[in-house]
Write a protein of this length. Structure first.
Length: 137
């Protein structure tokens, strides 16, 4: 009779250890699955241009109108002392050594301001913030 109780105690312990092990394996498998999914989501977030046509269009515009250091402008003859330009996106002066982009229409903006303008654009074709001309002919 005592031997029967000993077998039941060991069987119960083996069942508990087996059950805990099975649960631990399932938790590990779920963790691996979620980690692989999060890497895929991070990849999509880190590389939106791979799947977003608007982001690809902005990349083309950034290549077409590269950012450069803003240059000091010579004074204008019609407005003496007016040698500075204002970014119409942020309404701050465009001065050296900030990074700027000049569009085909000749309007100049801070690099970051123009990128934000293009990214916020809901229209199909990004435009110049000043004249609203298409930035990409």
């Amino acid at each position: 009779v005592a031997a029967a109780g000993l077998i039941d105690d060991h069987t119960g312990a083996v069942l508990v250890v087996g059950l805990v092990s099975a649960v631990a394996i399932q938790v590990c498998m779920l963790g691996v699955h979620l980690a692989s999914k999060s890497r895929a989501v991070l990849w999509l977030c880190a590389a939106p241009s791979k799947w977003d046509p608007h982001a690809r269009q902005i990349e083309r515009l950034e290549r077409r109108y590269p950012a450069k250091e803003c240059a000091r402008r010579p004074p204008r003859e019609d407005h003496p002392g007016d040698d500075q330009m204002m970014c119409v996106v942020c309404l701050e002066l465009v001065v050296a050594p900030q990074r700027c982009r000049t569009l085909g229409c000749g309007h100049e903006f801070h690099d970051e301001c123009l990128r934000r303008w293009w990214q916020a654009a809901s229209q199909d074709r990004p435009t110049c913030p000043t004249c609203r001309g298409e930035a990409e002919p």
